[in-house]
Ligand binder design. Sequence first.
Ligand code: FE2
Ligand code: FE2
Length: 465
Amino acid sequence: MNLYDRIPNNVNLSEDKKLQRALEKWLPNYLDWWREMGPEGFQDKDVWLRTAIDVGSEGWAHFDYVKMPEYRWGIFLEPPQPDAKVGFGDNYGKPAYQEVPGEFRNALRRIIVTQGDTEPASVEQQRQLGKTCPSLYDLRNLFQVNVEEGRHLWAMVYLLHGYFGRDGRDEADELLERRSGNPDKPRILEAFNQPCDDWLNFFAFTMFTDRDGKYQLSALAESGFEPLARTCQFMLTEEAHHMFVGDTGLGRVVRRTAQLMKQGDVRELGGIPLDIIQKYINFWFSYSLDLFGGEISSNSADFFAAGLKGRYKERDQYTEHTAANQNFNMTVVEDGQLKTREVPLRNALNEVLRGEYVKDCEKGLARWNKVLADEGVSERLFLPNPRFHRHVGEYAGHTFDIQGNLISREEFERRKDEWLPTMEDREYVRSLMHPVVEPGKIAQWIAPPAAGIKGKPFEFEYVRL
Ligand SMILES: [Fe+2]
Ligand SMILES: [Fe+2]
C-alpha cells in the first residue's frame, strides 16, 4: 500500500477505477463538511495524531503531527479469511456473501447507513469542545476521536459506493447533509442529536455512546456479508481508544471530585459534585440503551436469520448459531404492571446485545468506584436500571424510577431533577469549562492522566497552538 495514495487503502482502490473516481468525487464534499462541521477553531494547528496506514500491528498506528484537514482518512479492512462462512442464522455454514444478496439489499443498506450516520454526527456534537479543553492531552484525544469518527464514515461510504451502486452513492451524499440536532434534517438516532457541549458530556458520551458503537460493530463484525465484517473488525481497534478516553476521563473527574470532597465543599473548590456526575451517567446510559433498538424486534430476527448481524462474539461465545426454536424471558409492562413474557430468542437479540453492553458498562462503574474507595470516600456511583428514562422500545411510554420501579408520569416529573441533569447542573458544569492549554497544566475539576500517549509524558506538546 502506498502511504501517499490520495485515499490510503488496502482494498486495491487503484485497480477499481470506477470506485476510485466515485470516492474521489465524494472526497471534496467530505472535506467541505469537515471544515464546516469539524472541530471549530483548530483546523490549521498541528496535532499529534495517530493515523492508520495499514491494518498490521505495526502499520495501523502511525503517530505524527498533522493538521486535521490533512489527516489521511483511509479505507482499511481486515484481511479476508479464506473460505469464510456465514456464521449464524438460516444460512449458517454457507459461503459468506462477497456481494450484497439481492433479497437482503435494503436491510443491509439500512444497517450501513444507520451505523455510518452516527460517525459524522458525533463529530458535529463535539465541535465546540476544543475551546474549553482541560489540557492539551485532552484536546489531542478529542481530535483523535474526531478524525477517527471521520474515518469510520469513510469506511461505511466505501461499502455504500463499492457495493450498492447509485442508491449507495445517494446515501453517501446524504450522510454529509444531515446535521446533529437540526430539526429539519436531524441525524437518524436520537442520542446523536443531543448536545455534547461540555467535557463531562464528552467523557460520558465516549464512555457510554461510543461503547454502544463497540457492540453494534461487534455484532456486524460477525456478519455474513464479508466486506462489512472485515470493515467493522478494523474499526473496533480504533473504537477502543474512544472508550478509553471516556472511561479514564470520567475516572479522572471522579478522582478529582473525591480529592476535593476531603478538602471541603466541592463546588466552592471548583470541582464537579458526585451527584452531578451521577446524573450525567444516568442521562447518557439511558440514551445509549435506546440505540440498541426495541426489546422485542422483528428487525433483529430478520437481520439474524439473514446472517447480516450476529450476537456479540457469536463465533467465540456460542455453540448453537441458529437461535431458532429458543425463548427468552423478557420483562414487559402489561396492565400497568411488570410481567415476564416468553418471546422467541431471535426477536430478543437487541436485548441480548444490550445485556452484553450493560455488563461492560458495569465494569467501568466498578473502576470509578475503586477510585472513590482508593481516595477514602464512602459514596458510590451506579448504573440506573435499564428501564429508566427510555425513549425506544418496550419501556418507552412508561415511567420508571432510577431502580426501575413503575411510577406515574406525575411522580417522574416531580422527581426527575434528582436523576437527570437540570438546567442549573448543566450551567454549573459549563461555568467550570475554561481552556487550559499550557503544556503540563490541567483544569481544577479533573485529575491528570496516569500516563501520556504512546510513551510521551503528560507535559508533551500534544497540540501546537
Ligand atoms: Fe466510530
Ligand atoms: Fe467512536
